[in-house]
Ligand binder design. Sequence first.
Ligand SMILES: C/C=C/C(=O)SCCNC(=O)CCNC(=O)[C@H](O)C(C)(C)COP(=O)(O)OP(=O)(O)OC[C@H]1O[C@@H](n2cnc3c(N)ncnc32)[C@H](O)[C@@H]1OP(=O)(O)O
Length: 726
Amino acid sequence: MKCTCTTVREERTSATICHLYYSERSRAIVVGAGVLRPHCLLRPASDMATTMEVRRDGVAVITVSNPPVNALSLDVIASLQRDYGEALRRSDVKAIVLTGAKGRFSGGFDLNAFDKKPKNEKPGSLSIGFLTDIVEDAPKPSVAAIDGVALGGGLELAMVCHARVSTSSAQLGLPELQLGIIPGLGGTQRLPRLVGLPKALEMLLMSKPLKGVEAHKFGLVDAVVSADELISTACSWALEIVEDKCPWFRSLHRTDRLPALEETKKILNFARLQAQKQSASLQHPLVCIDVIEEGIISGPRAGLMKETLCGKMLEMSQISKSLRHVFFAQRATSKIPNISNLGLTPRRINKVAIVGGGLMGSGIATALISNNLLVILKEVNEQFLDAGISRVKANLRSLVKRGQMTKEDYEKKLSLLSGVLDYEQFREADVVIEAVIEDVSLKQKIFADLEKYCHSDCIFATNTSTIDLQLICQKTSCKDRIAGAHFFSPAHVMPLLEIIRTHWTSSQVACFLVDYGLDVYHIDHVITKFGMPMGPFRLADLVGFGVAVASRKQYLQSYPERCYKSMLIEIMLEENRTGESSRKGFYLYDDKRKASPDPEIKKYVEKSRSMASTAQYPKLPKLTDNDIVEIMLFPVVNEACRLLDEGVALKASDLDVASIMGRGFPSYRGGVMFWADSFGAKYIYDRLKAWSKYHGGIFEPCEYLSTRSRQGLSLAAMADGAMSRL
Ligand SMILES: C/C=C/C(=O)SCCNC(=O)CCNC(=O)[C@H](O)C(C)(C)COP(=O)(O)OP(=O)(O)OC[C@H]1O[C@@H](n2cnc3c(N)ncnc32)[C@H](O)[C@@H]1OP(=O)(O)O
């Protein structure tokens, strides 16, 4: 099973400690060690090319071979051009079948190769000069034989062919927009001509691939066969085209699936609105729509040229660089020295026990049963247990409502859950996840109990966001089996992640800003405009003030010198405002959980300000929106630097992934450290230093940041001799 987002936080006591792996594809958790990836090793150049075999029936089978996903590297493309040249020249070749080695057609253009493209390349030489003028307009037909993935440039190659045969499980799509670019090998022109404009827009704008059967239904593939029959069917199809028994379609010249001009404009304008609604700060989806429009209005060759020119510009954009960084950073999370390179096999997990059926526990239970794991949910009394199970049911219903689960599956998944009031059934558990409130002594007692009831190699995990793991382990003798696993709320929606302390830092700075006169709702607005899914106050409502206060208490105990002691949340708690669960927090919530600002907030803010005695400090200068973002997020960068410095986090890119998947940092900014490096260590250091002069330790730059600033190094560059303590 391939996994993503894995790291174990805090004090690890043994190299044998488990890792919790979260598989993006199946959304399941696996406990064990990493996945050995032999393809990471250097391989001979011949592996990264194409091979050609001319069969007796006159079909040349060209196979792309560049493990692991047959990406189209510059070498592969050059080799493909050579093989095509030969196949078209040879008199014994009647037709061509294009396929990928080891059951994968192609995962698209090599994402490492964007910066390596020759600078003086003539615009359109690959897309128009080779693929259109030589392959598509060739006197010999080509048929694509697709298994596994045909994504991005892979599918574009297949669409240049005159027919496509695929397996039912093959995935066909153009996910380029997810990477801040648009298809560059004719995808914007050929996809609408094959599947129709609305479906093409959906596939492009949502980066949504089709499975073989659906692709057949929409006309993207011509036949679906088993993997065993793939090459033979494609060869027969190619020969039938030669013999005029099957049509010889050139995708670029088809118009039968394109709507009339007026209808086209309507569809495209609607798509523009949708794209802006989805993310107003992203331009490349709009560029993609413009390029499609150009092809329909001015003809496909004009469309191809516009695609090439716009594509080149987008490839160089900061947004695309950030998103490509995130792609590799996500994959790098599962590469953990001394774990993932040992060749160990992840342990299979069948049954998971959860202690605590509150918001987190019930969310975790939902995530697990949704992925077919048996779950035992423990609570302290019938009333709490019923409430926990009701929450799981509500979570499942919301998945059904969003179309992520069928109604039939609802009952099936629910049957995997059993509620208990004691530890008897915990003997059968492979993993136990403790998800009670942030109370050290309670957690210590639970782990001491768990040790008595569970089998000796059961893995224990604590869902804590703030408490030192060493403390939690203190009363057990099974320290080497306890891992920290901080789920983010709602746990059945958010992927599992490593803890980042920065999570609450931003809220502290937000309270600091409020005490200094800024408006709660303006801060949330600015942070949302920056690209976060919600601002710190809306988030505090969602998580609940109880958690906020408990977390803050831990921080104050552990790091008093770098905490800001605002009383704002405590003051609100005194009046029973607890956040979204009580429908009253910083916002008011209606029946549909829609948040609206509450004018009464002023009262609490004024009280907090008077208790903070902010008057004794110099006034903050008038802050622009940019200032607010920096004053909120640079302390987060500072904390992230500490995590690297202390070896708590393995590498800067892990923090990027954590910030994106755990806190919703906008992926098009590349994650917190990648974003920080766009300013440079010196700028961040200087800003923090200036604020710390008046406002103390919460802004004091850490040693790591200070050194990098002096030495002119990036924050992500690994220092010589740097070692993680994980
Ligand atoms: C003009 C044309 C533009 C384009 O074509 S842009 C590219 C468009 N293509 C994509 O966006 C597809 C990107 N890749 C994926 O979505 C997934 O990958 C796959 C579905 C293809 C396979 O998924 P899974 O089986 O889970 O493997 P994995 O861990 O994601 O990848 C295995 C290794 O393959 C590398 N890799 C994947 N795709 C590419 C690529 N397009 N260019 C370069 N490398 C790629 C990864 O990084 C990783 O490598 P490591 O094992 O070292 O971590």
